[in-house]
Ligand binder design. Structure first.
Ligand code: CUA
Length: 368
C-alpha cells in the first residue's frame, strides 16, 4: 500500500515536472515584453520568494517537530500538557501581519498603477469577445476606413499594434451568431471571457453588459500569443489570438492598407468566388454575408470575422487563431465543414462543393 502511494506521488511529481518545461513557450509571464508585464513580474518575484521563505520556515518546523518528537517504542508517558502561551501567540499574530504588510504595499500600489486612465497618445482598441474568436476595432478618430461610411478599422484574430506605444483596450463581450433561422439574440451568446497576453499584460475578464479595460505595450516588434482565460463554452481552449507589434513604418503601412476597401478580384476564379460570397448560395443554403463583412462590398455584418484583408500577411491565423491563414488545406477543411475541424463553431456547414471551395479560396487569397 505504502509503495503504491509512493509510486503514485512519484508519477504526479514527474507529470508536473514534465508539463512545466517548454523551451520556447510563447505564453510565459516570466518573460515580459512590455512595461506592465514587467511590473507584474517584478512584483511576482519578490512575493514568490517571501512565500517560499514562509513555506520553508512553517513546513520545516512542522517536519522537524514531527520527526524529533515522534512516538518511540518503550516511551509511554504523555508529553507535558500546556494551555496557552502569550508570547508565542503574540509572535505568530504579529509576524504574519508584518509579512502581509510588506507584500501589500507594492501590490496595492501596482494595482492602482495598472488601473490608471490611459496615457496621452495611447492607441484605443475595442476588443470584442465572441464565441470563440476575438475581434479588434480601432476606435481612434484617425482609424476610420476611407471608403463607404468611414467605419472604424476592424480586424479579427490578430491585433496589430505599433511597437512602444501604449494600447488602451476596452474589453467587451459581444456574443456570437446574431442571425440565422430562429435568430437567437446576441445576448444569448454573451458569456464571460478573459483577455490574456501573458508577455504583454495581466489578465482581465471580459464581462457581458460592461466594459473592462487593460493597458498594454510591446517593447519589440514581434508576435505575442494570447488566449481566452475564462471558460466560455465548448471551444474556450481554442479561443486564441495574436498581438503583432510592428515598427512605426510597418505600422503606418498596415494602417494605410487597412483603410483601403477589399481588392476587387480580376482573376476569373476569384471573381466567381466573390459572386459566391456576396450572393445567396444556390439551393437555399444561405449567404456568407449574413455574418461576414468585406469592406467596399455589400457584406457588412459584424457577427463573424471581418474578412476585408483576410490574406494580409499580418493576418496570420483565422477561426480563433487555430489555423494558419496560409495553410490552404486548413482553409479548405474549414470551408467544407467548420464543425468537423472545430466542434461548436458558429459557422454552419454550407455543403460547398470542391469547385465552390476553390473559387472562394481564390477570392479570399486575393484579399490582401
Ligand atoms: Cu472565451 Cu474562454
Amino acid at each position: 500500500m505504502r509503495r503504491k502511494v509512493l509510486w503514485a506521488l512519484g508519477f504526479i511529481a514527474l507529470a508536473l515536472l514534465a508539463v512545466s518545461c517548454a523551451p520556447h513557450a510563447t505564453q510565459d509571464t516570466l518573460k515580459p515584453a512590455g512595461p506592465n508585464a514587467r511590473d507584474i513580474k517584478n512584483l511576482f518575484v519578490p512575493v514568490f520568494w517571501v512565500a517560499v521563505a514562509v513555506f520553508v520556515i512553517v513546513e520545516g518546523g512542522i517536519v522537524f517537530i514531527v520527526i524529533k518528537f515522534r512516538h518511540r517504542k518503550g516511551r509511554d508517558r504523555m508529553p507535558a500538557q500546556t494551555h496557552g502561551n502569550t508570547r508565542l501567540e503574540i509572535g505568530w499574530t504579529i509576524a504574519p501581519a508584518l509579512v502581509l504588510a510588506f507584500v501589500m504595499v507594492p501590490t496595492v500600489s501596482l494595482i492602482w498603477k495598472l488601473a490608471a486612465p490611459p496615457p496621452a497618445g495611447a492607441l484605443h482598441v475595442t476588443v470584442q469577445g465572441h464565441q470563440w474568436w476575438w475581434g479588434f476595432k480601432y476606435t481612434d478618430p484617425d482609424m476610420t476606413t476611407n471608403y463607404g461610411t468611414n467605419q472604424q478599422v476592424t480586424v479579427a484574430d490578430v491585433m496589430v499594434i505599433p511597437v512602444g506605444r501604449p494600447v488602451y483596450l476596452d474589453l467587451e463581450s459581444v456574443g456570437g451568431l446574431i442571425t440565422g433561422p430562429n435568430p437567437p439574440t446576441s445576448a444569448d451568446f454573451q458569456v464571460i471571457h478573459s483577455f490574456w497576453v501573458p508577455e504583454l499584460a495581466g489578465k482581465q475578464d471580459v464581462v457581458p453588459q460592461r466594459t473592462n479595460h487593460i493597458l498594454l505595450s510591446a517593447d519589440h516588434p514581434g508576435t505575442y500569443t494570447g488566449q481566452c482565460a475564462e471558460f466560455c463554452g465548448l471551444e474556450h481552449g481554442r479561443m486564441k489570438f495574436q498581438v503583432l507589434a510592428l515598427s512605426q513604418s510597418d505600422w503606418l503601412a498596415w494602417v494605410a492598407n487597412q483603410k483601403q476597401p477589399a481588392v476587387t478580384p480580376t482573376d476569373p476564379l476569384a471573381q466567381q468566388g466573390s459572386q459566391l460570397f456576396l450572393n445567396p448560395l444556390s439551393g437555399d443554403r444561405g449567404t456568407c454575408i449574413t455574418c461576414h463583412a468585406i469592406g467596399g462590398t455589400q457584406a457588412g455584418s459584424p457577427a463573424a470575422p471581418d474578412l476585408t484583408h483576410f490574406a494580409d500577411p499580418a493576418h496570420a491565423c483565422f477561426a480563433g487563431c487555430d489555423f494558419s491563414t496560409a495553410d490552404r488545406a486548413a482553409l479548405e477543411a474549414w470551408l467544407r465543414d467548420p464543425n468537423a475541424v472545430k466542434l461548436g463553431a458558429k459557422m454552419p456547414n454550407y455543403n460547398l462543393s470542391q469547385s465552390e471551395i476553390d473559387a472562394l479560396i481564390a477570392y479570399l487569397d486575393g484579399l490582401k
